[in-house]
Design a protein around this ligand. Structure first.
Ligand code: ZN
Length: 353
């Protein structure tokens, strides 16, 4: 299994996020990726390389899942933030006002010229600081996702896009949950565009993959499945319920498997089997796994109780689907353990594949 890692990831390093009335240090830090990379050097699974993809092809791949309006915003965001006030160069951009989209709520079709308003228009939380290096880091991550999808399309059994910031909370035209560009969706779309008729996304992060769900919600060619903490109590709260089954042509092609806080591996594993059966029934020819390691018992912001050894079993179970598979790196905030847990999962997969 080749790993495509993002040489620009550390350019995105937020200082603080808003958490329940306080500014707290960011959980999503560059060291997360460094630990995974170090563990892959200690226990190699295959080549470790930076992605080499054509610039125009990369922009096209990103544009397949994100709107032009959102990408224009994201590309120019830092310059606009600093233009508002030169002192902003020293602080991260965070939104403080949002257009509620209820039936009689605020409008989101008119693009404000005030950048602070734009920031709210294109985001859904205040936990995702946008920094000077965010665009470069996010674009570098999209390159990893595209390279991994290309490798698998060319015949590799699996590939790993090792990047941060993560991606699965980012939607067609919004950021949030520490995510800016949806790497898993970019990989899934790239697999479709390379000729895979049916692609499944199986999200194993603790948090519902709301961005990926939204991107593919009305499509029958990409099945989205997510196993996650019950949104009644867990972030991102406003999506991830069992009755969200897809819409229009996509009706029946979204599956949410929510589990209560405190769930351990035996129930989680049974739920994974349910997810894999859905992938099989769908007739997927390729699989994308947004790989969050925040299901770990030691995770500071999550609530399942998986142990490090469980990730081997998880990898083996995913391999049993028998599909060409792209892994993207998502959450996992027990930083000291994230390398071990990530590589356990990938090693379990590779051993069984
Ligand atoms: Zn997560």
């Amino acid at each position: 299994m080749k790993t495509f890692h993002n040489p620009h990831h550390a350019a995105h390093a937020g200082q603080q996020e808003m958490f329940r009335g306080r500014m707290v240090p960011c959980h999503e830090v560059p060291a997360r990726l460094d630990f995974v990379l170090a563990e892959l050097q200690r226990r190699p699974l295959g080549a470790l390389q930076t992605p080499e993809v054509d610039d125009a092809a990369l922009d096209a791949a990103i544009g397949r899942v994100h709107s032009a309006r959102y990408l224009d915003f994201l590309r120019g965001a830092w310059a606009e933030w600093v233009a508002m006030d030169p002192a902003n160069a020293e602080r991260d951009a965070l939104p403080s006002v949002w257009p509620l989209s209820n039936r009689h709520g605020f409008r989101n079709d008119v693009l404000p010229t005030n950048f602070a308003a734009c920031l709210g228009l294109f985001s859904f939380d205040s936990g995702s600081p946008l920094t000077a290096g965010t665009w470069a880091a996010a674009r570098g991550g999209a390159a990893c996702a595209l390279a991994a999808a290309q490798d698998v399309s060319a015949g590799a059994r699996s590939a790993f896009a090792l990047s941060r910031p993560p991606g699965h909370h980012a939607g067609p035209d919004f950021l949030g949950g520490y995510c800016f560009l949806n790497n898993a969706a970019i990989a899934a779309q790239a697999l479709r565009d390379a000729g895979h008729a049916k692609v499944a996304v199986l999200d194993v992060d603790y948090h519902h993959g709301n961005g990926t769900q939204t991107i593919f919600y009305e499509r029958a060619d990409v099945l989205t499945v997510s196993i996650h903490g019950d949104p009644a109590t867990e972030y991102p709260f406003f999506l991830g319920h069992a009755d969200e089954r897809g819409a229009g042509a996509g009706e029946g092609f979204n599956l949410n498997l929510a589990l209560p806080r405190g769930t351990g591996f035996s129930v989680w594993h049974e739920t994974l089997n349910t997810a894999l059966q859905a992938v099989q029934r769908f007739g997927a020819t390729a699989l994308v796994v947004p790989m969050g390691l925040d299901t770990f018992e030691g995770d500071p912001i999550s609530g399942f109780t998986l142990k490090s050894a469980d990730y081997f079993t998880m990898g083996e179970a995913l391999a049993a689907a028998g599909l060409p598979t792209v892994f993207t790196f998502e959450g996992g905030y027990a930083v000291d353990a994230v390398g071990t847990n990530a590589v356990n999962l990938l090693e379990g997969f590779q051993r069984a594949a």
